[in-house]
Structures are given as structure tokens and as C-alpha cells.
Ligand binder design. Structure first.
Ligand SMILES: N[C@@H](CCC(=O)N[C@@H](CS)C(=O)NCC(=O)O)C(=O)O
Length: 208
């Protein structure tokens, strides 16, 4: 049986969402963020990074959303949310899947932290401003006529992308990227996404 270690208001909603899309059985262990919005130390007992998501499947303990999504889809999902193996589409999809955390996350998360912590130093803003614009332009072009990144069918990369775009939206970064905002709305309208939030709680913390 798969066990997902889920933290409220976190990236682990991605994994919960995929599990709900697939309709497979799993156990869920829930963790609550502390007053500093950090994961409780009990999560470190599951994986040394102490971050969510963590997936446990027998002897396998896996951190990082992207490989977790790929593992579940390949082993338990008949690759329903991935292009045919070894195809060019699979390589392009993998690029999108990795892009979210390895490139898009940095400027979006830095801007979010800056906004919540009283602003970034000017030198950093000179970096993050253009990087955020480039990132959102790139995602908008990637979705194109959509409805999803790879066309008609929802894929793992879309599931991976949703959390980062929700952060961008909550930071006010989607105001001039209405097509990206519309894509985010399409993702959040998926019944399995809604089911995941009913089980694991909302994607974002309420604004203070
Ligand atoms: N690159 C990792 C990031 C994991 C991560 O940063 N998780 C955050 C939640 S969104 C976390 O657990 N934060 C709590 C903490 O660091 O204390 C992934 O994609 O899964």
C-alpha cells in the first residue's frame, strides 16, 4: 500500500491529486505546519529533508514531487498521465515536469518570500522581476490553445505546475498573464483536484 506523507498548504497536494485522478488506494499521514509555517520535526523521521511530499511504498521512501508523480504513474497508473515511453512527447513532457521546480520555482518563490518578508534587496528584484516575466511568458506559450501543457490531456507536468502558479497568483504575479490564470483555473476545476483539497485541505493558506 502506498503511503503519502502530506503537509497542509504544500506541494504534497500534487501527489494527493494524482492519487485521486487514478482512483487508487493509499494511506494518508497528515502533518500540520507550525507557527513559522515549517513542517513539524516528525516528518524528519520519515525522510531526512523533513519536507513534503514523501511517498513510502514498501522499502522505498521517496522525496521530491516530480519523481514521486512519475513513479506512481508508471507503477500504478499504467502511465495514464505521461506520454508514450521513449517518444519525443515524453522528452518534452519531462522537460516541463522538471522545469517547474528546477527553473520556474526560484523567481516565483523568491518574489513570494520578498512580498511576505518586507521586500527583496534591489539587486535581487532586478533579477526576479524579468525572470518572473520570462517564466510566465514561457508557460503561457507552452499552454498555447491548451487546455493543458501537452494539449488535450492532463499530464503529470500540469499537476506539478499548479502549486507554483497558485503561489504566483497569490503573490499578484498573474494579473498581466490572464491566459496563465485561466490555465490555473482549469487545473483547479478538475474533480480530482477538488477531491484532493477536500481530503488534504486547501492548496494555499488563508490570507492574513
Ligand atoms: N522540490 C521539492 C520541494 C519540497 C518542499 O519544499 N516542500 C515544502 C512544502 S511546499 C515543505 O515541506 N516545507 C516545510 C519545511 O521546509 O519546513 C518538491 O518538489 O517536492
Amino acid at each position: 500500500m502506498l503511503t503519502l506523507h502530506h503537509l497542509n498548504y504544500s506541494r504534497s497536494i500534487r501527489v494527493l491529486w494524482l492519487l485521486e485522478e487514478l482512483g487508487i488506494e493509499y494511506d494518508l499521514v497528515k502533518y500540520e505546519r507550525d507557527a513559522n509555517f515549517r513542517a513539524p520535526s516528525t516528518l524528519k523521521a520519515i525522510h531526512p529533508l523533513g519536507k513534503a511530499p514523501v511517498l513510502v511504498d514498501g522499502d522505498l521512501t521517496l522525496a521530491e514531487s516530480a519523481p514521486i508523480l512519475s513513479y506512481i504513474d508508471a507503477r500504478y497508473g499504467d502511465r495514464r498521465f505521461s506520454p508514450p515511453i521513449d517518444s519525443a512527447a515524453a522528452a518534452i513532457h519531462d522537460e516541463w515536469l522538471q522545469y517547474v521546480e528546477s527553473s520556474a520555482a526560484l523567481p516565483i518563490m523568491m518574489t513570494m518570500f520578498g512580498k511576505r518578508m518586507g521586500g527583496l534587496p534591489e539587486g535581487l528584484t532586478k533579477f526576479t522581476g524579468p525572470e518572473v516575466t520570462k517564466t510566465l511568458d514561457y508557460i503561457a506559450a507552452g499552454v498555447g490553445d491548451g487546455p493543458y501543457l501537452m494539449g488535450d490531456q492532463l499530464m503529470l507536468a500540469d499537476i506539478q505546475m499548479c502549486y507554483m502558479l497558485a503561489i504566483a497568483e497569490s503573490t499578484g504575479l498573474l494579473k498581466e498573464h490572464t491566459e496563465v490564470a485561466a490555465y490555473l483555473d482549469r487545473l483547479r476545476a478538475r474533480p480530482a483536484f477538488i477531491a484532493a483539497t477536500e481530503i488534504g485541505g486547501p492548496l494555499m493558506a488563508p490570507r492574513r
